[in-house]
Each structure stands twice: as C-alpha cells, then as structure tokens.
Design a protein around this ligand. Structure first.
Ligand code: AMP
Length: 407
C-alpha cells in the first residue's frame, strides 16, 4: 500500500486529497473554505470501490458537508483529521507514506519536487516577497501538516517548477536590468503542475514521443494560462512574475498596459493595495460583466446582455492572440489541449478560441467537441493537421506522483 496525502493550503482554504498510488485513485478528498471567517464551510468526499474484482470497478461517492467556525490552519488540520476519523478512510489503516504540498512560488531556485527541511521551509517563507498572497498560506499548511504527520517525509511541488526551462528571451522583462536583478523581477510562470500533467498525458494518449512534438496547453479555470511546450519543455507561458499576467481570468485582468496603473494612481488616487485588489479580484470577467463564472457569462450573452457579450469577446480575442503568438514562437504546432473548469466544459470557448486557426490546419469536429464524456478525448476532425484534445487535469495526482518520485 502506498498512500499519499496531498495538501493545497490557500490563504483562507485547505484542500486535501488522500490517494492510493498503487492504483492512482483518490480515496477521499475535501475542501475547507473561509478559514478565519465567522462560518467556515467543510466538505469531505469518500470514494469506495463497490466491485473491486471487476476490470472497471464501480466507484461509490459519499459526501459530507458542514458549516462551523475554523479560526486558522491548525484548526483546519484538526478538522480534516476529525473528518477522516468520522467518515473514513481511517488514517491509521491508510497511513500516508508521504505528504505532498502544493507551493505556488519556487522563484528561480526550485525546479524539482523537494523534500521539506527547516531550510526549505525558510526559503519558501523568504519567497513570500514574490508571492505575498500564496506562499505564506502554503507555508502555514506545511507547518501544520508536519506537526500532525511528523514521522513521514513532506515534499513540496512548485507551480513554477515546470517553467524553469523558459529561455532568457522568454522570461526577461525589458526593464532596467539592474533593478530587475535586484528585485528578481522576471517571468516565472504558474500552473506548472497542470501544464506538465496535461502535456505528458496528451503525448501518451496520442502515442507520440513527447520529445518530438510541439504543444499548446490552455489551462482555463478561474485562473487561466497558456503554455507552449516544445518537445516536453515549457518555452513560453502567459503568467509572469505573478499569476496576474496574460489571459483574461475570472477576476484577474491579465495583460494591461502598466501605464494604466500609473494613470489610475495619478488621476483616480488609487493606492497600491487598491490597485492590487482591482486587478486581482475585481477585474477579468467579473469586472467586465459582474460574474466570474463562464457559465454565467455564456448565459448572459445568450440572453442578450451586452456586458456579458463583450466580456466573452475580450476573453476569446486574448486566447486567439496568444495562440497565434505561441504557434509563431514554436514554428508550428502538433497538439493543442484544453484543461480546467472552462477548458474541460465550455464547448463554445474551445470552438471560438481556435476558429481562426484554419490557416495552420486546425479543424475541430463540432460533434466530438460537443460530446460530454469523462476522461481525455480528441475533438479535432480526422483531417485536422493538428490534434486538439480535452485533457482533464489532475494536479493532486501529479503532486502525489512527484512526491513519491523523491522519497
Ligand atoms: P477551475 O478553476 O479549474 O476549478 O475552474 C472553475 C471555473 O470553470 C468556473 O469559475 C467556471 O467559470 C468554469 N466552468 C465550470 N464548469 C463549466 C461549464 N460547464 N461551462 C463553462 N464554464 C464552466
């Protein structure tokens, strides 16, 4: 038995997943949200195999939900342990051999999964300068988890790691080199665990050697990024110093002329924190149309709401611009994959994003695209020069695999 517990600790949330890595299946997972607020929400889901002997066993799902106050990450961990004890699986019987942690920013230092030591903890804390919203929360999760699971190795997997292969031309911002160096201002890229998982699975599904193909991966969730993967290596990605750059997202603006901030500061008197809040939390689809969920945008546009229609058009316009730029950087493309909440579910977004790429031989099959099916699948037509896929991402499984790879 080799069980791995995966922890994704956010500023006000704790997401966890217990995986049986001999079969690569999730036994249980949960999400505790609104930590530190008067009422926190707790959800714990248990998967049990109903027919273990069969080639495709039936998985039963039982979900437990609850609202209660949870003050901090230590309390959240205590709540998680209580949920495992009450609803299963019992952790003493399914003891994890390791705990894997998602960490958002690994800076230029961390390019591989890393076993946690006091020095690694210190360095993750030090990288909070570059990710003030994320790394302190990730670290709080590591500290709380190490106190509870003190006899197994803990491994950190960085969102930035897959993008350590970006060439200097792709990661360098054209600003004063001395200032950039001093403050480590460069493009790092994020969603790396997902881009790695999806590009590897796409190659495997197609039966093609990953080191012989050029891929685009669109990770379109509430956060969104696109990566150009050249023969297995990330060579260009849309997020930068922080996860704010690039595509239009649920609540983040993506690309904007930096001088707009100077303008808003001078003319509207907005301070640093207000600008941070504006661009990260009140922009993107939410800022344009009042909803951050693509389902609401699509429904609004269908119902004739002009703001929703514009938000959708801006979203698609940016996707097309990035697709064109990245295909030019790669000198062509063999495979394009869509993943995450929007990428896996929004049929219209996939069709519209690629609608102008006929000139490079991209042809989507509308029936395949519209089909709702679980798992990885091809949505391009048989005569398409480029394979277009929907690849459900599984960051927890990827973190668990990488965790096992170093212990
Ligand atoms: P994620 O960050 O990957 O969990 O993605 C969450 C986002 O996916 C939501 O905010 C929605 O915008 C989007 N989403 C989820 N389901 C659908 C759907 N059926 N159609 C369109 N968008 C969806």
């Amino acid at each position: 038995m080799s069980h791995v517990l995966v922890i994704n600790s956010g500023s006000s949330s704790l997401k966890y997943s217990l995986l049986d890595m001999t079969r690569e299946v999730e036994l249980a997972g949960g999400l505790i949200e609104r930590i530190g607020q008067p009422v926190s929400t707790v959800a714990h889901t248990v998967h049990t195999v109903a027919s273990p002997g069969e080639p495709t066993p039936t998985i039963l799902e039982a979900r437990y939900e609850d609202d209660r106050p949870i003050a901090d990450h230590d309390e959240a961990f205590a709540a998680m342990l209580a949920l495992f004890a009450e609803h299963g699986p019992v952790l003493t019987e399914h003891r994890p051999v390791a705990v894997g942690h998602r960490v958002v920013h690994g800076g230029a230092r961390f390019y591989a999964p890393t076993v946690v030591t006091p020095d690694v903890e210190r360095q993750i804390g030090e990288l909070s300068v570059l990710a003030p919203l994320h790394n302190p929360a990730n670290l709080a999760g590591i500290v709380a988890a190490r106190a509870v699971f003190d006899d197994v190795p803990h491994v950190v997997v960085f969102d930035t790691a897959f993008h350590q292969t970006l060439p200097p031309a792709a990661y360098t911002y054209a600003i004063d080199a001395q200032i950039a160096r001093e403050h480590r201002v460069r493009r790092y890229g994020f969603h790396g665990t997902s881009h790695k998982y999806v590009s590897e699975h796409a190659a495997e599904f197609l039966g093609r050697a990953n080191d012989s193909i050029r891929q685009l991966v669109f990770h379109l969730g509430n956060g969104a990024s696109v990566t150009a993967v050249d023969r297995g290596r990330s060579v260009e990605t849309s997020m930068g110093l922080t996860p704010l750059e690039g595509l239009v997202m649920g609540t983040r603006s993506g690309d904007i002329d930096p001088a707009a901030l100077l303008h808003l500061s001078r003319r509207a008197g907005l301070g640093i924190d207000e600008l941070d809040d504006l661009l990260n939390k009140r922009s993107g689809l939410l800022g344009l149309a009042g909803h951050n969920d693509m389902r609401d945008i699509l429904a609004g546009a269908d119902a004739g709401d002009e703001a929703s229609r514009l938000a959708y058009d801006v979203y698609i316009h940016r996707l097309r611009a990035y697709a064109g730029a990245y295909i030019a950087q790669l000198g062509g493309v063999d495979v394009i994959s869509f993943t995450a909440g929007v990428g896996e579910n929004a049929v219209k977004v996939r069709a519209d994003a690629l609608a102008t790429l006929g000139f490079v031989g991209v042809r989507i099959d509308p029936h395949r695209n519209a089909e709702r099916a679980p798992g990885i699948r091809r949505i391009s037509a048989d005569d398409s020069a480029v394979d277009v896929l929907v690849v459900p991402t599984d960051e927890e499984l990827e973190i668990a695999r990488q965790t096992l790879s170093v212990i």
